[in-house]
Design a protein around this ligand. Structure first.
Ligand SMILES: NC(=O)c1ccc[n+]([C@@H]2O[C@H](COP(=O)([O-])OP(=O)(O)OC[C@H]3O[C@@H](n4cnc5c(N)ncnc54)[C@H](O)[C@@H]3O)[C@@H](O)[C@H]2O)c1
Length: 315
């Protein structure tokens, strides 16, 4: 879709990734960016800079309020749908997860169809894959998921696929790997570890890892993920899900060593017994997104981690 002079709705736009999508949209020649968020986890501080742009409007709204959502989509050309409850919340409160992630996404799809929205770019997750059966995981990797969060994302992907086909809605789903960067949550299932390592180094203590540190993830910088959203909207792609990652696996031990080196510290890592873990090994092939969305990641872990540390200092 050509995005010049178009109007966009960013659902969940006050959150971690959504606020970066807003920032990146504003770098383009778009006409209007409407943020739709219930602020259950998002915040105005995430939108502090973007709110200075006259093209931005903020609507405090819930995706469970279908009439209100439908009205917000009136005259909108493209929708970015990022609102969801997160992994640990789904673990604790499956009923809420069902309502928000499944019913809420159903509302987004039906509202977009009703308002004849040109395209919806939706945030799925690498959680649909569960632990990797083969590496790197391509988009054909089986749904090996065992979490309820992953189950809601699988349901969402299938609602987009079936209802999109039935009613002719253009959509793209993005399966993010482990997203990190400025504005990331302190309590996130995977991001908390970064904050805690940095906390310990700031306190001049040894960083602590739970388990043996061999768990491998594909860490992808939030600015790259935001760009992937814009690429997906601009592309001709429709009706498919794409990995958004780097294709590079980094163990928690390696991640900790990178952070230690950024601090110029000379310390070893303290290992403690592992707590609750969901997935221990996940690396996604970025090839299909590169070919069909024109998306190439740019920020390596060292550079991205430096940006995270700088942001923490400012905060
Ligand atoms: N952060 C990651 O590593 C990661 C990885 C894979 C997928 N995802 C997916 O990406 C999307 C964005 O994730 P994030 O990390 O930015 O999370 P986030 O919690 O920071 O952002 C989600 C936003 O949605 C809003 N929201 C929640 N429920 C809502 C509702 N009922 N109505 C309206 N707004 C609502 C929240 O207030 C928040 O601003 C989510 O769909 C998430 O599942 C994230």
């Amino acid at each position: 879709m050509e995005i010049k002079n178009k109007r966009f709705l960013v659902i969940g736009g006050a959150g971690f990734i959504g606020s970066h999508v807003v920032d990146h949209l504003l770098k383009e020649d778009v006409k209007e960016v409407i943020v739709y968020d219930n602020f259950s986890r998002g915040s105005e501080s995430n939108l502090y800079e973007s709110m200075k742009d006259k093209r931005v409007t903020i609507i405090k709204g819930d995706i469970l309020h279908r009439d209100f959502l439908e009205k917000a989509m009136r005259g909108v050309d493209g929708v970015f749908h990022l609102a969801a409850v997160w992994l640990l919340h789904c673990y604790e409160y499956p009923e809420t997860a069902f309502e928000v992630n499944i019913r809420g996404t159903f509302n987004v799809i039906m509202s977009a169809i009703k308002q004849k929205v040109g395209k919806v770019v939706f945030s799925s997750s690498a959680s649909v894959y569960g632990n990797a059966l083969e590496l790197p995981m391509t988009e054909d990797h089986p749904y090996n998921n065992e979490t309820f969060y992953g189950a809601t994302k699988i349901a969402d992907e299938h609602m987009f696929k079936s209802l999109g086909k039935r009613y002719g809605l253009n959509w793209v789903g993005l399966r993010y790997m482990n997203v990190y960067g400025p504005r990331q949550d302190y309590h996130g299932a995977y991001t908390a570890v970064m904050h805690k390592i940095i906390d310990r180094l700031e306190e001049k203590k040894k960083p602590v890892l739970y388990g043996d540190g061999s768990q491998q993830y594909d860490f992808v910088y939030v600015g790259d993920v935001a760009r992937a959203n814009i690429c997906a909207m601009k592309s001709k792609a429709t009706g498919k899900n794409y990995n958004v990652g780097t294709g590079i696996g980094t163990s928690l031990k390696e991640l900790t060593e990178i952070i230690i080196s950024l601090f110029g510290a000379k310390t070893s890592i303290k290992y403690e017994p592992a707590g609750l873990t969901f997935v221990t090994n996940r690396i996604g092939s970025p090839k299909m997104a590169e070919k069909e969305l024109g998306y190439v990641w740019k920020t390596d872990l060292k550079k991205g981690m430096k940006k995270l540390i700088e942001w923490r200092k400012k905060e």
